[in-house]
Ligand binder design. Structure first.
Ligand code: DAH
Length: 340
């Protein structure tokens, strides 16, 4: 019997020292100490032992029981500690690790130019106005004296929703909307920046692009005022030395009308490939507001006059930053945006 107890002890100690999970530990507890366990069965078989051996065996068996119980407790603690450590290892945060770099956003070149344009004209007393991108045929064409057979009115050139509603093809309708609201109050001095849409798509034309419209209406406004404002703008935007040149042109909503050039920003007027060796680059259309447009918008053309101009914002950005394809501006390529 003593020998059997010793065998149990050896085996139990060996097995217990190898256990790594609480579940296994529980199984061993049942195996040795449970109601049908090994030690219990030894104690049960005591009655078959000689009388004088019983106390010794009993003591031995109890000692072994205690020993196993102690070992079980020790093991249980050990396993619990270990699993806590593992958890800690998994969840711990190493505050000394380098952070993930956050890249800073940049303003789009068109946004930069938009802000600059607003600032230049604000300095001349022009407030910023807005109009809808989905526009009525009336404001986009009719009120601007654009005849029914004008090419811009063709489905081929403009995006229509219905015969009366389209995506505006220019910012000029904002002229009419503003005057209508303000008439007969003077002076009118506004710019309107925003998106416009045409059925175009190549290196210099995008189906969506942005324009800035300018409008000034008051008593005694002359063509000289228009020239002065545009020259000031050209110098603020492209440098002190800039010059402008006006060429006669035609727009249904202005009379007289002009197209306006600046010194080529690439060669400074010397002549190069960009300006087709003329030294000049066209940047906008302008003119004196047509009396019919004034009248339809609520002003008396015998009392007031006005000038207006319209300019492509991307074109200004491309000239200012030396970008040769308008599609680059809308390619969503951060490598491009980050250069400005
Ligand atoms: N709306 C014209 C266009 O999109 C540009 C323009 C020309 C606007 C002359 C004007 C102007 O206000 O006076 O082509």
């Amino acid at each position: 019997m003593i020998e059997k107890l010793e065998n149990i002890e050896n085996e139990a100690m060996e097995k217990l020292s190898q256990v790594e999970e609480l579940e296994e530990l529980e199984k061993l507890r049942v195996h040795y100490l449970g109601r049908k366990g090994e030690i219990t069965s030894v104690l049960r078989s005591m009655s078959q032992q000689p009388q004088e051996m019983r106390p010794v065996l009993g003591q031995k068996a109890n000692e072994l029981k205690e020993k196993i119980e102690e070992k079980l407790k020790e093991k249980e603690k050990e396993i619990e500690e270990k699993s806590k450590e593992l958890l800690w290892e998994k969840e711990r945060i190493d505050v000394t690790l380098p952070g993930k770099p956050v890249s800073l956003g940049r303003k789009h070149p068109v946004t930069l130019i938009t802000e600059e344009i607003k600032e230049i004209f604000a300095g001349l007393g022009f407030r910023s106005e807005e109009g809808p991108e989905i526009e009525l045929d009336y404001y986009n064409f009719e009120a601007l004296n654009i005849p029914v057979d004008h090419p811009a009115r063709d489905m081929q050139d403009s995006f229509y929703f219905t015969p009366e509603i389209l995506l505006r093809t220019h910012t000029s309708p904002v002229q009419v909307r503003v005057m209508e609201k303000q008439a007969p109050q003077l002076p009118v001095r506004i710019i309107a920046l925003g998106k416009v849409y045409r059925r175009d798509d190549d290196a210099t034309h995008s189906p969506m692009f942005q324009q800035v419209e300018g409008l000034a209406v008051d008593r005694n406004i002359t063509f000289a005022d228009l020239k002065g404002v545009l020259l000031h703008f050209a110098r603020e935007m492209f440098g002190e030395e800039q010059q402008i040149r006006l060429r006669p042109s035609f727009f249904p909503f202005t009379e007289p009308s002009a197209e306006v050039d600046i010194f080529c920003v690439i060669c400074g007027g010397e002549g190069c490939r960009v300006c087709s060796h003329t030294g000049w680059l066209e940047i906008l259309g302008a003119g004196m507001v047509h009396p019919r447009v004034l009248e339809i918008s609520g002003y008396n053309p015998r009392v007031v006059t006005g000038f207006a101009f319209g300019m492509g914002v991307e074109r200004v950005a491309m000239l200012k930053f030396g970008i040769n394809d308008i599609r680059l501006l809308y390619s969503n390529d951060l490598r491009m945006i980050k250069q400005f």
